[in-house]
Design a protein around this ligand. Structure first.
Ligand code: TPP
Length: 718
């Protein structure tokens, strides 16, 4: 045997070199129901035992008993369950990851669901749609667990959003039932290297939010050691200069020390003293996941070293005989065995998910039997109402002013609306769209954020789940890229939780070329990326009136929305229109016919619509021009009906030609209107070149009125 390293973490306090502390010696602390903690630990171990022996990498497991993807929490369990027992406020929110099931058991996860979901059975967290341990707990009358995601680190910023929501509900909306609630995030030591961790830490510490970071340090991120994740391998040491963060560090295999440190941190955060971070070292008594066999990166000695730090025997020694007799412990084991076997049988008896339902819940479904947690309720949305009839008496407004008025009105009528982003508060946004709103509505409702798009979107998600309506601004389309992970997870949330959770946020983003200027960073269009993503509505209004109607529909709706504010339209006459009123709504997926024509259908959206209008004027009554207004959903019926009439189709957009959204429309037209076509479907877009800076170059890449007209002409002659 090689010499083993000294166990990490300080020696537990109250523990002599060779002695041990008993639970009774701690005195009665009513917060800790140790029998319950022991019960859940034994349940968690039994789940791990059964799943480890039935995962699909094991031979001889009957097909119907196979766990498709398995993660064990063995070794992480005791401190997680202790933590879970401290999360007891109705509005506590927890954000966790794939190794967090023990905490969920303490928070009310049933054994049936705990088994059923890894088996992929119907019902449960996701109705067979997501990995069994990537789970959630939508509790309407108690602490909730936000939907987990598979991406390491993505759990942090939604948790910061929940923490900020606690403050908003409690202090701004004066809902006293939120007083004293906390947000708790769980993560491994590998996750402290991620963007999400740092983004959430910045939000929580700069705003002094009620947020607890619990880092379970098992020393390995799959096979990579902790000193690759943070220098020296100890995140608490490295964070010592954060004045506004309580830091604690200890041995998670020691129940007494875990309980003491976790309770201290929870009390600190619950007491309104700002955030805390506690790191507990824990052994990983298992492979990373079912398919991993630890070969090549862990020696037998290292495995044995961790085995000697198993918190379960230490829990037993801590409780027996000081709080429980040997007989009582045995009875507890028997009770767990009975409950686990019953839960396993119930889970195995569940049917497989129904394939005919797999397409359900990509978007909101108001006919669903129960409502998802997140966003405005059906009643709140109905009460806000709205009209599809535009007021005719409105003054002509610029696009930017139209958006500002809409935000202002919605802030006035809906106290759950919050508007935020980089420079959105004091300055009023770099495009001045939110100018004056902070002055009018205060810093709780209209505010600047730290410079992290991951943080802006993740925070919005946590807020939406708490029932708020967050309107996030991304300064320029290109800068949504750092938030890609959160945006993706927002779009799939309703589907992957089978309508248990949704995050209907609105993301406003200026994009496209500017007036006389471009560049690769501030002029990106690339809207197709959001049409390609799951679950998003995408609005690309070409004028102020549509902007009002679409933005309001999004803000009173139940689906997450990308709302493009084209740079060249914000302050120009092209984008201006008559203000259609404070209740005006434009439904998504309904194109506007800008002019009727007989021989060719031109389809466009955003700023290109105006060039198409100009080009179309050269052809008398030949051109029928459709402004799609939204590309997800897009008005297929209107396009097909028009092409059936005209027999020709030209699609014009600013985005790249290759795999631009025009390709989707062209494919649909070719398939569904083939027999009506008299000419090949034509697409016009930027020829796969980044947006250049100099106006001469910009003009060279953008589809011009002349180019559009010449292609219409060619199509008409075909
Ligand atoms: C963004 C992202 N990158 C990579 C992965 C693949 N991956 C899954 S778990 C993991 C290691 C995580 O380690 P840690 O945070 O310490 O948690 P532990 O598994 O040790 O509990 C990696 C790299 C992922 N899921 N997400």
């Amino acid at each position: 045997m090689t010499t083993l390293p000294v166990p990490r973490g300080p020696r537990p306090r109250g523990q002599a070199k060779t002695g041990k502390v008993s639970a009774a010696a701690l005195g009665p602390d009513p917060r800790f129901d140790w029998r319950r903690i022991a019960y859940h630990t034994l349940v968690s171990r039994a789940l791990d035992d059964i799943e480890e022996s039935t995962n699909r990498n094991r031979a001889n497991v009957p097909r119907e008993h196979v766990v498709l993807y398995q993660f064990s929490a063995r070794g992480h369990d005791v401190p997680q369950i202790i933590l879970g027992s401290l999360i007891d406020h109705t509005h506590d929110g927890v954000s966790a990851y794939y190794r967090s099931r023990p905490a969920l058991l303490a928070l009310g996860l049933t054994i049936d669901d705990a088994f059923g979901s890894p088996l992929g059975r119907a019902g449960g967290f996701s109705d067979g749609r997501d990995i069994g341990v990537v789970c959630n707990l939508p509790n309407r009358d108690g602490p909730i667990v936000l939907p987990m995601s598979g991406d390491v680190g993505s759990q942090y910023t939604p948790c910061a959003g929940w923490a900020q929501s606690i403050r908003y509900h409690s202090q701004t909306l004066k809902k006293s039932e939120w007083d004293g609630a906390i947000a708790v995030v769980l993560g491994g030591e590998g996750s402290v290297a991620t963007n999400g961790f740092w983004s959430a830490l910045t939000i929580a510490t700069t705003l002094s939010l009620p947020m607890l970071f619990y880092i379970e340090d098992n020393g390995l991120g799959i096979s990579v050691r902790g000193d690759m994740q943070t220098p020296g391998g100890d995140i608490t040491k490295n964070l010592a200069s954060f004045g506004n963060l309580l830091l604690r560090d200890g041995d998670g295999s020691n129940p007494e020390e875990s309980a003491r440190l976790l309770a201290e941190c929870v009390d600190h955060v619950r007491g309104g003293n700002g955030p805390a971070l506690v790191r507990l070292t824990v052994p990983r008594l298992c492979s990373h996941s079912g398919p991993d066999n630890q070969r090549g990166y862990r020696t037998e000695d290292e495995i044995a070293f961790d085995a000697a730090r198993d918190p379960l025997p230490r829990l037993r020694a801590f409780l027996v005989p000081s709080l429980m007799s040997e007989d009582e412990w045995r009875e507890l084991e028997q009770e767990v065995e009975r409950d686990v076997q019953a839960g396993l049988a119930a889970a195995r008896a569940r049917p497989n998910p129904d394939p005919s339902t797999v397409a359900r819940y990509v978007y909101a479904d108001d006919t669903a039997p129960s409502e998802a947690l997140g966003g405005l309720s059906r009643e709140e949305r109905a009460a806000l109402g709205g009209t599809e009839t535009a007021a005719e008496s409105g003054d002509v407004v610029r696009f930017a002013e139209a958006v500002r008025r809409t935000l202002r009105h919605e802030l006035e009528v809906n106290p759950k609306v919050l508007v935020f982003g980089e420079d959105v508060g004091r300055k009023g946004g770099v495009h001045l769209v939110t100018e004056g709103l902070q002055k009018q509505f205060g810093k709780d409702r209209v505010f600047d954020t730290s410079l992290s798009e991951e943080g802006i979107i993740g925070r919005a998600v946590g807020m939406a789940i708490s029932g708020l309506m967050p309107i996030a601004e991304i300064q320029f389309r290109k800068y949504a890229d750092p938030a890609a992970e959160q945006l993706n997870n927002t779009g799939t949330m309703r589907w992957r939780t089978a309508n248990r959770f949704a995050a209907p946020i609105v993301v406003r983003m200026p994009g496209g070329f500017g007036k006389d200027v471009g560049d690769p960073w501030h002029s990106l269009s690339d809207e197709v990326r959001f049409a390609h993503a799951y679950g998003w509505q995408v609005a690309m209004p070409s004028n102020a009136a549509d902007a009002v109607g679409l933005l309001r529909s999004a803000m009173r709706g139940a689906n997450p929305t990308i709302f493009f504010e084209h740079r060249s339209l914000l302050m120009t006459s092209d984008g201006s229109a008559r203000y259609p009123g404070d209740d005006y709504l434009v439904p998504f997926g309904r194109a506007r016919i800008l002019r009727e024509g007989t021989d060719v259908t031109v389809v466009s959206w955003g700023a290109m619509v105006h060039r198409c209008v100009e080009a179309a004027e050269r052809f008398g009554d030949a051109v029928e021009l459709l402004d799609l207004r939204t590309i997800a959903p897009w008005d297929r019926a209107a396009v097909l009906a028009s092409v059936e009439k005209t027999g020709r189709c030209v699609i014009v957009h600013e985005d790249n030609l290759t795999a631009g959204f025009g390709a989707e429309i062209a494919a649909r037209v070719a398939q569904d209107a083939f027999w009506h076509l008299d000419a090949p479907v034509e697409r016009i877009g930027v020829e796969d070149i980044p947006m250049p800076y100099h106006p001469v170059l910009l003009d060279a890449v953008l589809p011009s009125v002349d180019i559009i007209a010449s292609r219409i002409s060619t199509t008409l002659r075909a």
